[in-house]
Write a protein that binds this ligand. Structure first.
Ligand code: ZN
Length: 184
């Protein structure tokens, strides 16, 4: 598996304070794992009664699967861990606002609550572009809270895409026709 250097270090929070930042830090550490695998650095964890029952990062490129987003993988893990597809007693923590696909999956899974880092006005599915947690005729709604550890979560995405842009420029200069297409 190809690995690249990640300029960010994992953070190990105290186990004693199981607060929003504690869970988001674990999601952030998953984003670092994604970065090292040359994946768009997004990480997610799912909390149930104070414990992390699922932890995943984006794997779309390595698996050639556009649905392999951190949230989707975490939802599957959590459902298996609980032996129940309903996650209404769980909270999801993700470094970037979930896309419409993941927000739809969270709605189907009846997630209790969503905490996210960076808001996404282009593709955010819980308020940035659309809000699937508040469909007027749906019988499940969920609350979402953005801006959690936003600076950390923004910095890692920004650095990743900066690296990709530099790579694209270098390839164009060298005459290579292969470039990476990414958007923030
Ligand atoms: Zn997604």
């Amino acid at each position: 598996m190809e690995t690249i250097d990640c300029p960010f270090e994992k953070v190990y929070p105290s186990q004693l304070a199981r607060d929003v930042n504690y869970f988001m830090t674990h999601a952030y550490n998953e984003a670092i794992e994604a970065y090292k695998k040359d994946e768009v650095p997004v990480g997610a964890v799912i909390e149930h009664k104070g414990s992390i029952i699922a932890s995943a990062h984006n794997q779309s490129r390595s698996t050639n699967d556009p649905t392999a987003h951190a949230e989707i993988l975490a939802i599957s893990q959590a459902s298996h861990a609980l032996g129940d597809w309903r996650l209404n007693e769980c909270s999801l923590y993700v470094t970037k606002e979930p896309c419409p696909m993941c927000s739809g999956a969270l709605l189907i899974a009846r997630i209790g609550k969503v905490y996210y880092g960076l808001r996404d006005e282009k593709m955010g599915g819980v308020g940035g572009a659309v809000n699937l947690g508040a469909l007027p005729n749906s019988n499940h709604h969920f609350e979402s809270i953005g801006g959690v550890m936003e600076e950390f979560n923004h910095a890692i995405l920004k650095e990743f895409f900066k690296g990709k842009r530099e790579l694209n420029t270098a390839k164009k200069t060298s005459g290579s026709s292969r470039t990476f297409e990414f958007s923030e």
